[in-house]
Design a protein around this ligand. Structure first.
Ligand SMILES: O=c1[nH]c(=O)c2[nH]c(=O)[nH]c2[nH]1
Length: 294
């Protein structure tokens, strides 16, 4: 007889796409979110006995997302997720925690119009709330923010062996799609304001130095965020190094002084790093399920 037991589990409704128009005045505000709700707690009998007495339907979780968006509006994705967490853990005593996540797609006004918008595809905002008993952790971030500098980047001084062919350079294109997530030490945050400021710090930092490696630039970005925001304990980056190779036009006798490049889509360097506040409490649990970061 083999002993088998249920291990870790969670369940819910994934990717509820909800668009909320705040129309209290003629100047409408739009929040466009894709929300995932997952519950954790005592679901033993649901799995092992076919007893659904504790199984809050995923359909109910979906309805709750839409109802909360209507009832409370969307101050920020993080505030909505915290409300959902509070609701599910207080309404059902066997629900001890869970994971609530949202991706937000931004819309800009067309010509400052009150109710016409164009989707801003710069980046996708991300938010996660992880609740375990009385404690909730918020991790915010964004992905797919594509940036490029056409000079002020080089790569030199690396070790060379029999497999090294890469020439050193003091002037190259550096480009990446920034994916970043940062963890707050508190839930008492103006999430929209901090989001805008962190994005600004990351973009400012990308411009303000000669980069000796993408690694150095990521570290400088993270350091600037941690220094400016005491409520953030750590920030992670996962960034492809989008190689741009100067195209050799010698075959037709054309000079090419770092002007015409072949933008290779693969393979790409993949640079990942975490920048932390020294002596901050780690919270590895909160990062579980966030793919693509180290
Ligand atoms: O910024 C860089 N970091 C690397 O680790 C690396 N490796 C490489 O081949 N080119 C680069 N560029």
């Amino acid at each position: 007889m083999t002993d088998v037991v249920l291990g870790k589990n969670q369940y819910g409704k994934a990717e509820n796409h909800v668009v909320r128009i705040h129309r209290d005045t003629d100047r409408h505000v739009i929040r466009d979110l894709v929300v995932t709700s997952q519950l954790r707690g005592d679901f033993e009998a649901v799995h092992t006995q076919g007893d659904n007495a504790h199984c809050v339907p995923t359909d109910t979780q979906k309805n709750t997302v839409f109802a909360f968006v209507q009832k409370y509006g969307v101050d920020s994705p993080e505030a909505l997720l915290l409300k959902l967490s509070e609701h599910f853990t207080s309404e059902f005593e066997w629900v001890s925690g869970g994971r609530w996540a949202a991706d937000e797609h931004a819309w800009d006004r067309i010509n400052d119009n009150d109710h016409c918008f164009v989707q801003n595809k710069q980046e996708v905002r991300t938010a996660v709330v992880v609740t375990d008993g009385p404690r909730s952790t918020v991790i915010s971030g964004f992905k797919d923010l594509t940036v490029l500098k056409s000079t002020e980047s080089g790569f030199q001084g690396y070790p060379k062996d029999q497999y090294t062919t890469l020439p050193e350079t003091t002037d190259r294109i550096m480009s990446t799609d920034v994916a970043t997530r940062w963890r707050y030490s508190t839930t008492d945050v103006d999430f929209d304001a901090v989001y805008e400021d962190v994005k600004k710090i990351i973009l400012d930092k990308f411009t303000d130095h000669y980069s000796r490696a993408l690694q150095e630039t990521l570290y400088l970005m993270g350091k600037a965020v941690i220094e400016a925001h005491p409520e953030i304990d750590e920030i992670k980056f996962s960034c492809p190094n989008k190689h741009h190779f100067v195209y050799d036009l010698g075959f037709c006798d054309l000079p090419n002084d770092n002007e015409t490049h072949y933008a290779a889509d693969r393979p790409f360097g993949l640079i990942e790093a975490t920048v932390q506040r020294k002596d901050a409490q780690p919270d590895e649990n909160a990062w579980v399920g966030i793919a693509g970061f180290c």
